[in-house]
Design a protein around this ligand. Structure first.
Ligand code: IVH
Length: 669
């Protein structure tokens, strides 16, 4: 064994795996197969096992991929996790302040005011700066040990940062909130609905459901985040104020909410409450109020607790953005994959400052569970940017004239049969030329992650479709400027822009094109796997189920969906139309003897003759790969003008550096 070489390999593997984790979990754009990833992970694991002294708490072997658990172990919190007393009005806040002043015998109290995050509370244990265990709050005394899942949250430090003015304690319990941002939450739900899975009711449930997964590989794919706001037991360090403690948390590398403020008296606390209330809608995550905490820690200790609530803290809750209105109608919308979604149309009502007249109910089961009928008076709720939802029916207001909802047996848009596949909650229209589906389909085709045709959003797609100018995405390439200018709202200039944008999309990357086709179960990630494996549309279209399932991660369900898609005559016609229009996806070279096969490129600085994306295409077409950072495997670093630090790194690691001209020669330009 050559120890030095092994140690070098350990460091290298850690970097490589970190890089692929990012590609996979954060960018949803993996570059290697799962088998290859597992191989790297195993290699690292084996090496780490041979050199236990090289253990690192921040190694990727510590973060992801534990086998599913049968159940969570229970965890006794070293110090109990209390909850907060609530206040719903300014009067109650003033009462809280008066009580503390009286008990403390002083006439002014300083507070720290914090947003009250709407997620789930966790307790993290660090020993000598290393994350060793983490648990949910549970009943405050005993929670569930979700250590493995917490490790998948990339903002959770596996190791506390150590600085000279921020020494690391030998033991500390750190408390905070795991949450999910609003936008990723909505995306997650859309995906779930399309897959026929039950959507989460709100970001808090989504966060809780994701953190409490027995299979941490599922948690790793969920967009979870974390803010820390307190501590339990701590050794070696004494903080004199809550504020000072928060600064220390931030210094150790923990995410601390940036809107936390010191507030010198109760009036400024109330102003903070009002200010945050106004900001609330604009925040990317949900909050349901603020928390006031007495800043002075010895005063906190003196004040103590009443039952399970500390006397020194108060949750000031926003009034819930709810309103009462009457359901006029329950209509059924049709999505791209034909998913039918019941939507309640209501008398318009102001909910927390926004007029609302529609609320989604996701699927039939939800309507039946809540027993929402046309004519019912209902409570609706709007939480942040989340689509308004029906909370409950006010049954006392029923007159008996209300009409029960029934999922249509035929698509409200095209009259085709509606089916509910086994094991799915969604009903679907099975007609692939359903106009509602087609409009959605065209919008998807043109969207950002797909063909990226600027100016072709939901409205324009529907407009073109309704005007019968297009019936499928391939028709886009036969549109003329005259046809567009004849439409409302399409001025000369914007018509030309749209035509230009459409033409510009004629040479898409193969994976983007595959994704754009909107094949059921083929998201961006699967599209990339297919492009890498088949290299061309022709190969993909000719593939059989068994050719597809050899690809890691492609199971029979996806394979069947792909084969069926390319066997459908309508889709074959559309594909032919694409060819006729000159829409030709870039081929991917998968030949083993491709000239750049096995060569790995890293760019630094600006290229004069082509954009990076174009350069990437050339390299990939010739069998090479592009990476964003230099590793031992990098073959060439291409130095454009104004190169960055990568150039220095390439020099110091002796990697072949070439000019843009040399690069052009290499790719035969
Ligand atoms: S402090 C003893 N600070 O609210 C102090 N809690 O009802 C306990 N929460 O279980 C918590 N944001 O899940 C605190 N900035 C914040 C918070 C916060 C949200 C949650 C937490 C806790 C619940 C208390």
């Amino acid at each position: 064994m050559n120890k030095q070489a092994d140690l070098k390999r350990i460091a290298e593997l850690r970097n490589i795996i970190e890089y692929h984790n990012k590609r996979y979990y954060q960018q949803d754009a993996p570059e290697i197969s799962d088998t290859e990833y597992d191989r790297l992970m195993r290699e690292l694991q084996d090496l780490e096992n041979s050199y236990p002294e090289e253990f690192s708490a921040t190694s990727p072997t510590q973060r992801v991929g534990a086998a599913p658990l049968a159940r969570f172990a229970s965890f006794n919190h070293p110090t109990p996790m209390f909850s907060l007393a609530n206040a719903f009005s300014n009067e109650e806040i003033v009462e809280f302040d008066n009580r503390i002043k009286r008990l403390a015998g002083v006439d002014n109290i300083s507070y720290v005011a914090e947003p009250k995050l709407d997620g789930l509370a966790v307790n993290l244990i660090y020993e000598d700066g290393l994350f060793i265990r983490g648990a949910t709050r549970g009943d405050g005394t005993t929670g569930e040990d979700v250590t493995q899942n917490l490790k998948t949250i990339s903002s959770l430090p596996l190791k506390m940062k150590r600085t000279s003015h921020n020494p690391v304690p030998s033991f500390i319990e750190i408390r905070g909130e795991v949450y999910m941002e609003k936008e990723p939450f909505q995306k997650l739900n859309l995906r779930r609905i399309e897959n026929g899975e039950e959507p989460f009711a709100n970001p808090r449930n989504a966060a809780a459901g994701s953190l409490r997964q027995l299979d941490s590989r599922i948690t790793a794919r969920r967009p979870l985040n974390l803010f820390l706001y307190g501590i339990g037991d701590v050794k070696d360090i004494n903080f004199s104020t809550h504020w000072e403690m928060l600064q220390a948390l931030a210094g150790w590398g923990f995410p601390v909410n940036k809107f936390i403020e010191k507030s010198y008296d109760i009036n400024s606390s109330i102003k903070y409450f009002e200010r945050i209330g106004v900001m609330r809608e604009k925040l990317p995550y949900e909050i349901d109020g603020i928390v006031l905490k007495v800043n002075n820690i010895s005063l906190q200790k003196n004040l103590g607790n009443v039952s399970r609530n500390p006397r020194w803290a108060l949750a000031c809750k926003f009034p819930a953005a709810q309103a009462t209105t009457v359901v006029k109608e329950i209509v059924v919308g049709v999505g791209r994959m034909g998913t039918l979604t019941p939507v309640a149309i209501m008398d318009p009502v102001n909910v927390g400052g926004v007029m609302v007249s529609r609320a989604t109910m996701h699927n039939e089961d939800e309507v039946l569970k809540k027993d929402v009928r046309v004519g019912d008076t209902v409570v609706i709720q709007r939480a942040g940017d989340v689509i308004p939802e029906v909370v409950k029916v006010i049954f006392e207001k029923r007159t008996g004239k209300e009409k029960k909802f029934k999922m249509p047996t035929h698509c409200p848009q095209c009259g085709s049969e509606v089916v509910r596949f086994e094991g799915e909650v969604a009903h679907r229209c099975v007609n692939i030329s359903c106009p509602a589906q087609l409009k959605e389909h065209i919008r998807h085709f043109a969207s950002r992650g797909a063909m990226d045709i600027e100016g072709l959003g939901e409205k324009v797609s529907a407009q073109l479709f309704d005007a019968k100018l297009i019936a499928d995405p391939a028709d886009l390439y036969f549109l003329s400027k005259e046809q567009l200018t004849a439409l409302d709202r399409q001025a000369e200039k914007s018509a030309q822009n749209l035509i230009d944008a459409i033409n510009k999309s004629k040479n898409p990357l193969l994976d983007k094109f595959i994704y754009a086709l909107g094949i059921r179960h083929v998201g961006e990630r699967t599209a990339k796997l297919l492009a890498d494996h088949f290299g061309s549309m022709e190969n993909l279209m000719a593939s059989k189920q068994e050719d597809l399932t050899v690809i890691n991660e492609i199971g029979p369900e996806i394979a069947v969906s792909i084969v069926e898609f390319f066997h459908e005559q309508k889709n074959i016609d559309v594909m032919n139309k694409f060819s006729k229009a000159g829409v030709i996806p870039q081929k991917k070279t998968i030949r083993a003897n491709a000239p750049l096969q096995g060569k790995s490129f890293v760019f630094t600085g600006t290229l004069e003759n082509m954009g990076r994306n174009e350069a990437k295409l050339f390299v990939e077409n010739l069998g090479g790969t592009i990476h964003s950072s230099i590793t031992k495997k990098t073959t060439y670093v291409i130095a454009g003008s104004d190169p960055g630090s990568k150039l220095d790194k390439a020099k110091s690691s002796g990697i072949h550096i070439i000019t843009e001209e040399e690069f052009l020669k290499l790719i035969g330009r």
